[in-house]
Structures are given as C-alpha cells and as structure tokens.
Design a protein around this ligand. Structure first.
Ligand code: IVH
Length: 692
C-alpha cells in the first residue's frame, strides 16, 4: 500500500483533505490490523509514523475530520444507562466512504484486483440508498422476534426490544421459512412528514424540539417509556444480516427479496447494477429523488451482490471490502459571522470557533462552526460581520467554507489571532511546522486541566459511569477534583458531594461505587487516559504491549531520557512510534509534575499488566511464505486470509518460517524450504486447511 498523494496539506481544499483523510485512515486501519491482530507489520516504523503524522496534520488543519470515528480518537457511541446491554454475536460494522466518482471507480477496481476478476467479466453491485436513521439488529428464533438491539459501539448495543415491538414494519412473526436463528439488520427512521408533525406537537406542549428526523428517531427509540415510542410512527428498512443458522441466499439481491417475503420492508429504489456507469446512474437517480423521498438519506451504499465474493473479500478492520457508502456532497447555507471564540484543548491547542447567526443546513440548526486554525482564518480572510458560506456533511462539525466578499461591511477588520491563552493568559506559541498555536500555561491553565480530566474519564479511558464531561467539569470548578488522582479520593469528600444540587445518597454512592470499580485498569487504557500528546489508543496499546507493566514502562521511559541510551533506541524501534511521538512521550514523563501524577495514581490504582490476546486458529503466530503462482486466489487474498487467521506473512524463507505454500513455478524459496526442512504444501491444501 502506498500513499500516492503527497499534496501539501495547506494547499488542500476541504474535499481534497477529506479524501486524503479517508484514504489514510483506511491504510492505517489495515496496518493496525496487520500489526495488532496479526503481529505481521506490512511497513516500517518510519513509514507508519509518517502516515499517522499526516493524518494528525490533516486533522489539525481541518479539525472537522477529527470525528469520533477517527483513528486519532476512537470514541464510539457507548451504550447508555437504562437499557440492558447486548453483545452482538457478529459485530455491527461501519462502511468506508466514497466522495466522488473516482473513489467509486477505485472501489470497483480494488475488488477486481483483489479477486483477480478480468475487466470483461461483470461484477454485480447492489445499490441501496443510505438511510439516515439508526441501525438496529433484530433477532428471530424459529421465526419469532425475540430481541432487538441498537448498534451501540458495534460490539455491544442496548436491548430495545420493547420499543421495537411498537414498529409496524418489524414483523413479530416471520411468514415463510426462515432459518432457526436469523438476525436481520436495518435502519429505523422517522419519516420527514412525521418529524414535522412531531415537532409541531412538541412545540405546542413546550417540549424539546428535535434538530432533524434522525435525532427524533433516536430520541423516540431510546425511550424508557415504551408508550412514548408507540406514539411515534417509526419505520424500518431491512438490508443486512447478523447471525444466521443457515444461508438465506447466495446474493444480496436474493437476500432482499427473501426478507421482503418474510414481511420486512426493503427499500423500493434499490437497484442491481452491472458496471460503473450503472452504479453512477443509480447514484444520480437517487440524488434527484432525494428531496421527494419521505425519509432522509445521505448517500448510496454499494454492495457486491454475490455473497461468496463478499466472503472472499472480507473486512479491513471495521469496514467490509465488499461495500462502500457513496456520500452526497455537503449541504451549504449562508449566514452572518457574529464572532470568533477561541477554545483551548487538552494539549493547549487554540481552536477558533465561528459564532453564527443560527441557520438551517440540511435540516439542522447550526450556530457554531469550526474555523480550523489561525492560517485558515487568514487564508480565507474571514472577518467578524461577514456573510459566510457554511457547510455540514453527515455528523461532522459544520465548517466555514468562505466569506462572500461583496457582502462585507465597510468596517470589518481582519481577525487578529490571539498570542495569549484566552483562559489563563499565558503566552500561546506555534512550533515552526505546526498549524496549531498552543497555550504554554500547562497546569496553571484551567482549560487544559479540565480538558485533560474530561479525557481521563472518557469512554476509551477510565469510562467511569456517572462521571462524564459535565460532572467532572463541575467538580473541577468547585475544587473537588484538581488532578486525576483526586477522583479516587472523592469518597473522602462524600459530604461535599451530598451537598451538591441534584445529588442524593443513592446517586453519590453509585458514583463512588463506579469509581471504585475502576481502580483496576488495563495498562493500555491507563496510558491512553494520561492524554499525552499524540498518544492515542493505538500507540498506548503499542506501549503496553512492548513494556508489559507500568513499572517496566516507567523505568524504560526514565532511561530513555538519555537519547544515547538503548532504552531510547528500543522506544524508536517500536513499529508505529517515530521520533515525534517519542519526543512528546518523553517530554511528558520528564515533567516533574507528571511524574508526581503517575506516582499519585499508582497509589490509588491497580494497573494490570498487558495480556497478549489469544487467537485459537491453527495458524496463529505462525509465519507463512507464499511462493509460485496461486491459481485460486490472488496473493493479497491469500495474505489477508492468513493474517485474519493470526499468521504473519513473510516474503522470504528463513529458519523462522513455519509453512511454505508453493504454487507452480516456485523456485529458490521452495528449494530453501526443503533445505531447511520446512513444511511445504500446495494451494489446494492451503485452502482446505485455512477453511477448516
Ligand atoms: S450495510 C457491513 N446498507 O450506514 C455493512 N448500511 O456507515 C453493514 N446504513 O451502520 C451496513 N443504510 O447504519 C448498509 N442500505 C444500507 C444502509 C446502511 C444506512 C447505515 C448503517 C451503518 C452505516 C454504515
């Protein structure tokens, strides 16, 4: 895999940046999978580091791509309290995005290449509108609806069976012969017409107004009181499956027809396509109809029709290789820029936020938008008082695209970016090659302390139930929690907590219990929670895996302060850690105060050593070499399969090789394997073994 486009980030338009970001993320996900799951890195540390830094740099310049889904964040929608949690037997995955025709072309080419399908031979694609609702998974046993769950974070959702039973499109009993176990997945949505009516009723009764049909559908589904859900005319389109005790069809199209015969609603404007032109025609047709449909859609999903091909294509990390979402372009609107505020982030970054005259964009009222950074404001010459074009796409933060020059008020002055932190007043500086200006206040900056605490308790870090961003901010403001270790001393302040408005014996005790439960924590989570610059979940995991225990990690970090030391070399030798990450990490540990925080936390916590995940396939941990011509699958398919079974794939035979798969024409590698006495099998034997 290569990163062809090395266009300078400053010269990118937002859509170019989006495309580059998507491509990089996909590449990095593949490398992560190869690295973490298969222990078989495909590229060197330096290469990985360069890719990751570029992703970060794009996000620094275009912060709206720093979505929850981003590799740099990895924060999903956690199941909320109040519903029972459901583990999905088969994870509910997401889709990669295509933003233009080239992306779609590339998607189809990739599939052909992977499966080694000749250009003349058609690959059928099913195109379905991408419904902008909430995905759910419905479990049927012997034809009866037994349980329904939200997607949650993909691995675990919420049991909302009772609410789903109120939806007419969801059959309680399937007609026809379904497998004993059939999980049907699809999208629950609120029709646009119903959304408008609902908001009118809400308004009349002084209740909450929903921003868009999707939010209204979410609010309606996640009601603890089922009778409220029942009053909302929710609907559902079914389009995918989870666990099945028997195959339903050999194609996506056949699957849709079959589940329609069982009683589900399938989307009427989905179409079977035969080539790129067909697919793009469908996209245009659907886009033309978009406004007249009674449900929101945000793109078209393309899926390889044949299920045997879907299986061969498999998944890259969280998304299938056999499907992609072709998104509609961002929706735009014009409004007045009333002001520019500066937000201070966890690492001191100063981010300008546009305060806008509220305007509706794509069904959502927008009053804030990102201005990215200092250079972006200067480049676009956006001034307070300007009429600006803003856009939003999907769930990303709206952004200011440009100012309309003709509408500029005569007295509008160019924006001067502050050189001091607006919160603590410390100097804010910019590194030479950084787009971001940062407050140098460190710990004296309360904005940074709060952001760090928020990060510390966030979902992928300590994830303390009842202690989210809101409460931790309030506790910090009132002096109950200054640093992270104070959280684990909150029981000493039980009386203080009880005095707080809205807190009673029960809720305080629940909170203290939840805190106690988190005294034991995995090392990777712990390192991630520290909120060290550039140390996201992936890097934290690398560190945990490399050093094993907190003590060994700390010892190594102390030794690595000497840049001549072996410990420093060892750090740089970790695949995925380059000089820039290493320097940020060492700077953190070098800071006396941070070491105190680590000591302090160490006294409160039981930080578990990292346990290597087990993989029970016969190929787990084995090193395999493919040589000669493979006739039934391409090299990349063979490699992907081996890696998904936990094997490392190597390009050369050595004493560390466990197995050689040799096709016709295998030469020196086969010879060497024989000399070394390494097991050698042909392609058929490999297929048989890998499928068993
Ligand atoms: S297929 C393995 N088909 O899009 C892929 N998803 O970004 C399974 N969505 O979480 C998804 N319409 O909520 C698929 N016709 C459609 C869809 C669709 C909407 C949503 C779904 C999913 C998300 C992926």
């Amino acid at each position: 895999m290569s990163n062809e486009s090395q266009q300078s980030i400053e010269s990118m338009t937002p859509s170019e940046a989006g495309a580059a970001h998507a491509q990089l993320s996909e590449e990095l996900r593949a490398h992560n999978a190869a690295y973490y799951q298969d222990d078989a890195p495909l590229i060197s540390d330096a290469e990985y580091d360069a890719l990751f830094s570029r992703l970060l740099a794009i996000e620094n310049a275009f912060p709206d791509f720093r979505t929850e889904d981003s590799l740099t964040q990895q924060v999903g929608a956690a199941p909320s309290q109040g519903f029972t949690k459901v583990q999905h037997a088969i994870p509910m995955l997401s889709l990669g995005n295509a933003f233009d025709e080239d992306d779609v072309d590339e998607f189809l080419t990739r599939i052909r290449r992977f499966l080694s399908i000749d250009e003349k031979d058609p690959v059928e694609i099913v195109g379905e509108p991408k419904i902008d609702g909430l995905s759910v998974s419905l479990r049927y046993e012997n034809g009866r609806f037994v349980r329904g769950a939200t997607r949650g974070d993909g691995a675990e959702g919420e049991d909302i069976t009772a609410n789903l039973r109120t939806i007419e499109d969801i059959p309680q009993q399937l007609t026809g012969s379904a497998p004993d176990v059939a999980e049907i997945r699809g999208e629950v949505y609120l029709p646009k017409s119903a959304f408008q009516k609902l908001n009118e009723t809400q308004k009349a009764s002084g209740a909450k107004i929903f921003a868009n049909p999707r939010n209204a559908a979410a609010g309606s589904l996640r009601q603890l009181d089922t009778s409220i859900t029942a009053q909302r005319p929710l609907r559902m389109f079914a389009y995918a499956w989870g666990e099945l005790s028997a195959d339903v069809s050999d194609s996506q199209w056949g699957f849709l027809e079959t589940i329609a015969s069982w009683g589900f609603q399938t989307n009427p404007i989905a179409r079977l396509c035969h080539n790129l032109e067909d697919v793009l025609r469908l996209y245009n047709d659907i886009e033309d109809q978009r406004a007249t449909l009674d449900y929101d859609i945000d793109g078209v999903v393309y899926k390889v029709n044949r299920i045997d091909l879907q299986r061969r294509l498999g998944f890259v990390s969280r998304a299938p290789r056999w499907a992609i979402a072709h998104k509609f372009p961002a929706e735009q609107a014009t409004t007045i820029l009333n002001g520019i505020d500066i937000q201070v982030g966890r690492t001191g970054s100063l981010t300008p936020v546009a305060r806008l005259e509220p305007v509706t964009v794509g069904g959502v009222v927008v009053s804030n938008a990102t201005l990215h950074n200092e250079d972006e404001i200067a480049r676009k010459d956006v001034r307070v008082g300007d009429t600006v074009v803003i856009q939003r796409a999907g769930d990303v933060i709206p952004q200011v695209v440009h100012a309309i020059a003709e509408k500029r008020p005569g007295d509008a002055v160019a924006y001067v970016f502050p050189t001091n932190c607006p919160v603590c007043g410390s100097e804010a500086v910019r590194d030479i090659d950084e787009a971001v200006r940062r407050c140098t206040g460190g710990l004296i900056c309360s904005a940074q302390s709060v952001e760090r605490l928020k990060h510390f308790v966030s979902r992928n870090a300590f994830d303390i139930e009842g202690l989210g961003a809101k409460n931790i901010t309030a506790f910090h403001m009132d002096g109950l929690v200054e640093g992270p270790a104070d959280i684990f001393r909150l029981h000493e302040k039980r009386d203080g907590l009880l005095e707080r408005e809205g807190w009673g014996e029960q809720s305080v005790d629940n909170l203290l219990d939840a805190i106690n439960e988190r005294r034991t924590i995995e090392l990777d989570r712990f390192i991630y929670a520290l909120g060290i610059r550039q140390i996201g979940q992936a890097t934290a995991r690398l560190l945990a895996r490399t050093y094993g225990s907190i003590d060994d990690w700390r010892t190594a970090m102390a030794q690595a302060q000497d840049r001549e030391s072996e410990a420093y070399q060892d750090l740089l030798n970790i695949d995925g850690i380059g000089v820039s990450v290493a320097e940020d990490l060492l700077a953190f540990v070098h800071e006396e105060h941070n070491r105190q925080v680590l000591d302090d936390l160490g006294e409160q916590l039981n930080i578990e050593a990292f346990v290597q995940p087990a993989n029970d396939s016969a190929f787990a941990g084995k090193t395999i070499v493919f040589t000669g011509t493979l006739e039934k699958m391409t090299r990349s398919e063979a490699k992907a399969r081996a890696e998904s079974l936990g094997a490392k794939v190597s390009g050369s035979v050595s004493s560390k090789t466990d197995l050689v798969v040799a096709g016709p024409g295998a030469g020196s590698k086969a010879k060497k394997a024989t000399e070394l006495g390494i097991e050698m099998i042909d392609e058929d034997a490999w297929i048989a073994r890998s499928e068993s």
